[in-house]
Write a protein that binds this ligand. Structure first.
Ligand code: GDP
Ligand code: IMO
Ligand code: MG
Length: 432
């Protein structure tokens, strides 16, 4: 069977830490979408590691990791990640597999991402500039290169053809000579690393992902599908156009790995106890005041991939209700509850007020509506929960009431509360 773990907000919910925590219970951890735009932070023996493409089960000896066909892989980031992980004593030849249908990000995809954002000016998406959008465009446009292609003798010619196509597209932008020169320089620099990284990729375990995973399932193995980004960044249901280019909800698991819906069992949704977003786009509960600043400082809210400050606000139950519905979430993990230790009062948005009308539904174009959050307020606990509570029952009564309020709004149990970045800082709620 396959359990799914995914983010329910705008990314960075703490998925990496939670996957690492659960990984020992699974035989396979599989990424099904996204690419190096993701930054999943783990602490391994006290050392911080940020994973971008490689599944977060990689530090568990008996767990196999699969990069699924739904992912877009940049060989350069991938090699850097492998070097780091190998230096920590992990034998990647033994526990990492890559689906041959996984699409490749080439240097000119990154250049196209940059060109697209530059041309949008103030309307920009706030992309991580890792080439995600252009790589998925080539996938659906049927021009892309895949991991299986690196093993073919004509790879270099196919690469050159794709690059030429990208250069035509780049030439169509109305940029100054300086910007054009900068983009050309970027491509040349990135290309130097690219071929070296492709040679590295060639000698990794490249497999037919769909047979690989289905054979494991037939043999009774347990799989955890690890999501990247968050449901509100989903290309269909997120705050379009301020989204990523993949299917980040549970539906993406089937096409991103080649598994049938019948295999999916639990859908574990991860949410912070508050909310963050990095990049542009609507964010109804964002706080532009001292409370927002305090959330950023207490939560150390700076992007794991780009280092950008994350926008912060209170938890948005309207959005969470929507994303739990889309993915059929069966259990929740609430992360970073310890960050709220520092607040006397905690707020949650329980409805949106749009044009004087209250609604609990997600509007068509969130960014075109003036949305006023309707707040429910809870007494804070003003206690150091991370240091003091080792079991769910030891958490302060006020925090437990907050958890209960979230559960009763969403009709989904909060099975785990994570109250610190460490591997062991996670408390299970016994649910009768
Ligand atoms: P991901 O992309 O969903 O894996 O999340 P990120 O790694 O981008 O961001 C989550 C950040 O919060 C990381 O710096 C984690 O180390 C940290 N983190 C995860 N869980 C907790 C928690 O329960 N409490 C605190 N204080 N930090 C956490
Ligand atoms: P993890 O897996 C947070 C955001 C970007 C931008 C938008 C589009 O760590 O949760 P893209 O690079 O995909 O073209 O960017 O999506 N974004 C993320 N925000 N966490 C992520 O991943 C993200 N991946 C993309 O900031 O707004
Ligand atoms: Mg992240």
């Amino acid at each position: 069977m396959v359990d799914v773990l995914l983010g329910l907000q705008w990314g960075d919910e703490g998925k990496g830490k939670i996957v690492d925590y659960f990984a020992g219970k699974y035989d396979v951890i599989a990424r099904f979408q996204g690419g190096p735009n993701a930054g999943h932070t783990l602490y391994v023996d006290g050392q911080k590691v940020v994973l971008h493409t490689i599944p977060s089960g990689v530090f568990h000896k008996n767990t196999i990791n699969l990069i699924g066909n739904g992912v877009v892989l940049d060989p350069v980031t991938f090699k850097k990640e492998c070097d780091k992980i190998s230096s920590l004593g992990v034998d990647l030849k033994r526990n990492l597999f890559i689906a041959e249908r996984t699409h490749i990000i080439v240097p000119s995809h990154r250049a196209l991402d940059k060109a697209s954002e530059l041309s949008k000016g103030s309307e920009k998406i706030g992309s991580t500039l890792k080439g995600i959008g252009p790589a998925y465009m080539d996938k659906t446009g049927r021009n892309g290169l895949r991991v299986g292609d690196v093993l073919r003798s004509d790879f270099n010619e196919r690469y050159a053809k794709l690059k030429e196509k990208h250069q035509h597209l780049l030439a169509g932008y109305d940029f100054t000579a300086e910007v054009k020169a900068e983009i050309a320089k970027d491509i040349a620099e990135w290309e130097a690393e690219f071929f070296d990284a492709v040679s590295y990729l060639k000698q990794m375990n490249i497999v037919n992902g769909e047979y690989f995973i289905n054979e494991k399932l037939q043999a009774g193995k347990k799989v955890l599908a690890e999501g990247a980004q968050g449901s509100m960044l989903d290309v269909d249901f997120g705050t379009y156009p301020f989204v990523t280019s993949s299917s980040t909800i549970s539906a993406g698991v089937c096409s991103g790995l080649g598994v049938a819906p019948k295999w999916i069992k639990e859908v574990i949704g991860v949410t912070k106890a508050y909310c963050t977003r990095v990049g542009s786009g609507p964010f109804p509960t964002e706080l532009h005041d001292a409370t927002g600043e305090k959330l950023r400082a207490e939560g150390n809210e700076f992007g794991a991939t780009t280092g950008r400050p994350r926008r912060c606000g209170w938890i948005d139950l309207v959005a969470l209700n929507y994303t739990c519905m889309l993915s059929g979430v069966t259990q929740l993990v609430m992360t970073k509850s310890d960050v709220l230790d520092a607040f006397d009062e905690v707020h949650a948005c329980t409805a949106y007020e749009i044009n004087g009308q209250q609604t609990k539904a997600m509007p068509y174009q969130l960014n075109e509506n003036e949305v006023k959050p309707v707040w429910e307020k809870y007494k804070g606990w003003s206690d150091e929960t991370a240091a003091k509570s080792k079991h769910f029952n030891e958490l302060p009564a006020e925090m437990k009431s907050f958890v209960k309020a979230v559960e009763s709004y969403l009709h989904v149990p909060v099975k785990f509360v994570s109250n610190g970045p460490g591997r062991d800082q996670i408390l299970e709620q016994e649910i009768a």
